[in-house]
Write a protein that binds this ligand. Structure first.
Ligand SMILES: NC(=O)c1ccc[n+]([C@@H]2O[C@H](COP(=O)([O-])OP(=O)(O)OC[C@H]3O[C@@H](n4cnc5c(N)ncnc54)[C@H](OP(=O)(O)O)[C@@H]3O)[C@@H](O)[C@H]2O)c1
Length: 338
């Protein structure tokens, strides 16, 4: 193929994005300049944070410009390189985003070893989402033996790793996710102690009380909204609450007003702290070593939801907001070649 295809931001969505928020552009293959490599995309990552970057509102990542390619994590194979460190055939991860090919600045690429683990893991459990679970839970949540850790978005890429690390630390892990199939996977396959379907449970608070008879010591919040309101009403003295994401709020057109939680935090002398995985970058090697060891040893398992075809990228992204994915949502764009 000698044509590149890119998905660009066409307009800033109000509320839930749809196809009209994006446009497709074709252009000749880019030619790598000094310090660049021409990369053919193998897999793309679609992530909830991309929603924030579609808007102009202040967020932790810069908004995409109208007409800009949607940047996200990606894995590719080097086709040509103007940097001697990178050779044709090398598998690399970077952030060139939603395009079939890219002339990527090699200082932004890291090599992926296909012998270490399936290459897709470098976009999930051995990549950004695994690191997010690791630092949010261990640095802020600090679960101790016998404590109860509740995680929302539990069957997603971050959430399923959080629950398994909690188990490794001797805690009780309770997941909240949006389907019975997901919750069965969490309890039967991953060893969560209990899992609650927030979409069908008629009394979420009662279900949480049953699943957490000793209250909640750590709440790893991936979703916000009413799910979090219910969990926060059950926190124990000295609870820790890492705020990782608020996906239930990302498509709201007006700010949401929930219970004011300060009194709950005060009376329980609890810590609630937002965090960004990128702020831990200097500690990535230590975390990656632990995650790789746990994955190799089978103590951490992971699921991936892989949609086939670049043309299905936008749908795969939108599916994050209706819970289509079990585990890390990826798009397969092309085959790895020997
Ligand atoms: N702080 C950081 O540095 C950082 C880094 C990465 C990710 N994050 C955040 O962490 C969270 C999880 O990210 P991820 O990559 O692992 O995504 P993910 O959990 O794999 O996918 C998103 C999941 O969110 C759930 N969801 C969607 N709308 C919801 C709603 N209204 N209420 C409750 N749940 C809803 C869906 O599962 P159900 O079927 O359960 O509804 C969906 O599968 C996101 O909020 C993301 O923004 C933060």
């Amino acid at each position: 193929m000698s044509i590149n295809e890119k998905i660009l931001l066409a307009s800033r969505p109000q509320g839930m994005p749809d196809m009209s928020s994006f446009s497709l552009q074709e252009e000749p293959l880019p030619v790598p300049q000094a310090g660049e490599a021409l990369v053919r995309t193998l897999y793309l990552s679609v992530d909830p944070y991309i929603r924030g970057r579609l808007s102009e509102a202040k967020s932790y990542a810069e908004p995409y410009k109208i007409g800009e390619v949607i940047k996200s994590g990606a894995i590719g194979q080097v086709m040509e390189s103007a940097d001697p460190e990178f050779k044709p055939g090398d598998v690399v991860a970077g952030t060139w985003g939603w395009q079939r090919f890219a002339a990527a600045d090699t200082s932004t690429l890291r090599k992926v070893d296909p012998e270490l683990a399936p290459i897709t893991a470098s976009l999930g459990v051995l990549g950004m989402t695994g690191l997010t679970a690791y630092f949010g839970l261990l640095d802020i949540g600090q679960p101790k033996e016998g404590e109860t850790v509740v995680v929302s978005g539990a069957a997603g890429a971050v959430g399923m790793v959080v629950g398994q690390i909690a188990k490794l630390k001797g805690a009780r892990a309770v997941g909240i996710a949006g389907s019975d199939e997901k919750n069965t996977y969490l309890t039967e396959q991953l060893g969560f102690d209990a899992a609650i379907n927030y979409r069908t449970e008629p009394d979420l608070l009662a279900a949480l009380e049953k699943a957490c008879p000793n209250g909640v010591d750590v709440y790893f919040d991936n979703v916000g909204g009413e799910v979090s309101d219910a969990v926060l009403s059950l926190i124990n003295k000295n609870a820790r609450i890492p705020i990782c994401g608020q996906i239930a709020l990302y498509n709201l057109e007006k700010p949401d007003q929930g219970p004011r939680v300060q009194s709950t935090l005060l009376t329980n002398t609890a810590l609630m702290k937002g965090f960004l995985v990128g702020d831990y970058s200097k500690d990535y090697p230590r975390a990656m070593a632990d995650l790789a060891k746990w994955v190799a040893g089978g103590q951490i398992q992971y699921a991936e939801n892989i949609v086939d075809g670049f043309e299905n990228t936008i749908e795969a992204f939108l599916g994050l907001f209706s819970g289509d994915n079990l585990g890390k949502q990826l798009v397969k764009v092309s085959e790895l070649t020997e």
